[in-house]
Design a protein around this ligand. Structure first.
Ligand SMILES: Nc1ncnc2c1ncn2[C@@H]1O[C@H](COP(=O)(O)OP(=O)(O)O)[C@@H](O)[C@H]1O
Ligand SMILES: [Mg+2]
Length: 177
């Protein structure tokens, strides 16, 4: 297990509220520019996708908050996949360690549901300044290894923002569909 319910709950409510106050803008069309201001002390913004944004907590764990608190399917599917395939990945490729927390959200609560926050190991890569260029090499490598006929490790959303490379090892950080 990684992360804590307390941090997951805290950052979820912060992000939802920050969208109302304008401290956090979600740009659905263009990934990665949802930069927040007035972040809570001890928290760092580390990237955004089209569905979720990632914050590193005071515990050094990444918390992925859903843009839509009523849509926890992406994060639930991600964890199902992580659990199903855990420990069996092809050599040289592994997913980031991750877990899921279901948190209170006022809108979700109205329909008797909970929002999802995925907690994950914080992964920083070493592709440095030429990241986009080098990432293309790694994409073809991941494609060859994972997206073959067996299908088990199929990475359906394979692009430069969904993996990191650490010491020559590929770490998949987004197992969503
Ligand atoms: N474990 C992690 N370590 C470092 N950064 C991360 C991690 N998980 C997510 N991120 C950052 O947050 C972004 C959004 O997370 P991601 O899981 O890709 O969400 P989405 O499903 O919306 O694409 C990533 O592209 C990356 O920049
Ligand atoms: Mg992504």
């Amino acid at each position: 297990m990684i992360g804590s319910q307390e941090h997951a709950q805290f950052i979820h409510l912060w992000a939802q509220q920050a969208m109302d106050t304008g401290d956090f803008h979600w740009n659905y069309a263009r990934r990665g520019i949802s930069h927040p201001s007035n972040l809570p002390k001890g928290w760092v913004y580390t990237g955004g996708g089209s569905d979720r944004s990632a914050f590193v907590g005071p515990d050094g764990v990444v918390y992925k908050v859903c843009f839509d608190p009523l849509d926890n399917a992406q994060s639930a599917a991600e964890i199902d996949r992580f659990n199903a395939l855990n420990g069996e990945w092809p050599e040289g490729i592994r997913p980031a360690e991750m877990d899921i927390f279901y948190v209170y959200d006022p809108d979700a609560d109205r329909i008797g549901d909970r929002a999802a926050v995925v907690a994950a190991e914080w992964v920083e890569d070493d592709l440095d300044v030429d990241r986009e260029v080098k990432a293309r090499y790694w994409i073809s490598k991941i494609w060859q290894i994972c997206n073959n006929s067996t299908n088990d490790f199929y990475i359906s959303d394979l692009h430069t923002e969904n993996f990191k490379v650490v010491n020559g090892e590929v770490v998949i950080i987004d197992l969503g569909v």
